[in-house]
Ligand binder design. Structure first.
Ligand code: URA
Length: 215
């Protein structure tokens, strides 16, 4: 694989070359343009069903994700699964999960703008190939990056917004959520998260997205 000295251009090129989500996943795993990869144990691309109508975008892998090579499998991920289960959503059946960044930032520090920029074409292509009916962003970073805003998460959470990007036939409904790792630190804000999940459930029903039995 030939990589030039412009990793963003490289990311765009390998993204465009991937014709399926499976090909894209392999291409991301082989991509060496993000410096975080050097210290990571694994590339963490996605989990859940390729044909799921709901797509969740988190921030970046943490320690457990880095070890297992799957997104949202640590403590925050377990809370996310529980939250989704309350409205009949799960990665086993109807949710596809990914992150802004595919490699763990050392010590779980915030992702840098450069790291987000190099991963962005790969995420854009995931969205294009996946074509979800509903996007959920988890936390400030994913929400601000996807919606191109600097508004705070407390202002944006639970709102029915729209995600657009070049090449999409139409905007995708998008609801920002509080990040489960934040909720672990601030359990007193969980009531807000339940409100937001009710909004998600209602929008799923409106959009004809099938939900399983709520747990
Ligand atoms: N937090 C995230 O944002 N993503 C993960 O995959 C795990 C924790």
């Amino acid at each position: 694989k030939k990589l030039g000295n412009n990793p963003i251009a490289d990311a765009r090129r390998i993204a465009a070359a991937a014709k399926t989500l499976g090909e894209l996943r392999t291409a991301i795993e082989r991509f060496d343009g993000c410096p975080l990869k050097a210290a990571a144990k694994n590339t963490v691309v996605c989990d859940g069903a390729f044909d799921a109508e709901v797509m969740i975008i988190g921030e970046a892998p943490g320690g457990e994700e880095d070890t297992q090579g799957l997104p949202f499998v640590g403590r925050a991920g377990k809370l996310l699964d529980k939250m989704l289960a309350t409205i009949g959503l799960s990665r086993q059946s109807n949710v596809y999960i990914t992150n802004l960044i595919y490699w763990r930032p050392p010590g779980n520090r915030d992702p840098s703008p450069a790291e987000m920029q190099v991963c962005a074409p790969l995420l854009a292509r995931q969205i294009e190939l996946k074509a979800p009916k509903l996007l959920l962003t988890a936390g400030k970073f994913a929400t601000q990056a996807m919606l191109g805003t600097e508004d705070g998460i407390m202002r944006l959470r639970g709102r029915k917004l729209r995600f657009t990007q070049e090449g999409l036939p139409q905007p995708i409904p998008c609801i920002p959520l509080l990040h489960p790792a934040y909720l672990l630190r601030r359990p007193e804000d969980k009531a807000k998260a339940w409100d937001d999940l009710r909004t998600v459930a209602a929008l799923c029903d409106e959009l004809g997205i099938e939900r399983g039995p709520a747990l």
